[in-house]
Design a protein around this ligand. Structure first.
Ligand code: ZN
Length: 138
């Protein structure tokens, strides 16, 4: 069990953050937090917070920076939409080792650097009900 403490963020694949942010800010009232480039994933990420202070959820809009980015491939196959859900955990390496031992398919056996200085690792959607799941240790 990963004993998730919270939903850390929801990752949403978009063709263009610039074109999509009107909905998140103008319709949902989300607050723009900032941009971050993640060169290893060939993505640019725009962060938006939604909800009242203390119970905010972060939305991560993901835009490909290259045609061979995982986000470009995702949009090509499935169109824009929810790409992954990230859960806040502690002891990420211990969680990954336990999941592996339990036969859960992992994309990352070792955590890597994600946005906001977090350690992150992805579980394979085949082992997580078709939803790409990210473990995230702040
Ligand atoms: Zn994420």
């Amino acid at each position: 069990m990963i004993e998730a403490k919270a939903i850390n963020h929801i990752g949403i694949a978009v063709r263009s953050i610039k074109e999509s942010r009107g909905f998140y800010e103008g319709v949902l009232g989300a607050r723009f937090e900032g941009f971050e480039e993640v060169p290893s994933q060939k993505v640019r990420v725009g962060f938006f917070l939604i909800g009242e202070p203390g119970c905010e959820v972060r939305l991560e809009l993901l835009e490909a920076t290259s045609d061979d980015s995982p986000i470009a491939k995702f949009i090509e196959k499935r169109g824009e939409g929810i790409q992954h859900i990230a859960y806040t955990v502690s002891d990420i390496q211990k969680r990954l080792d336990a999941l592996k031992a339990a036969g859960v398919r992992l994309i990352d056996e070792k955590p890597r650097a994600g946005a906001h200085g977090n350690q992150i690792a992805f579980l394979h959607p085949k082992s997580s009900g078709g939803v790409l799941s990210e473990l995230c240790e702040p």
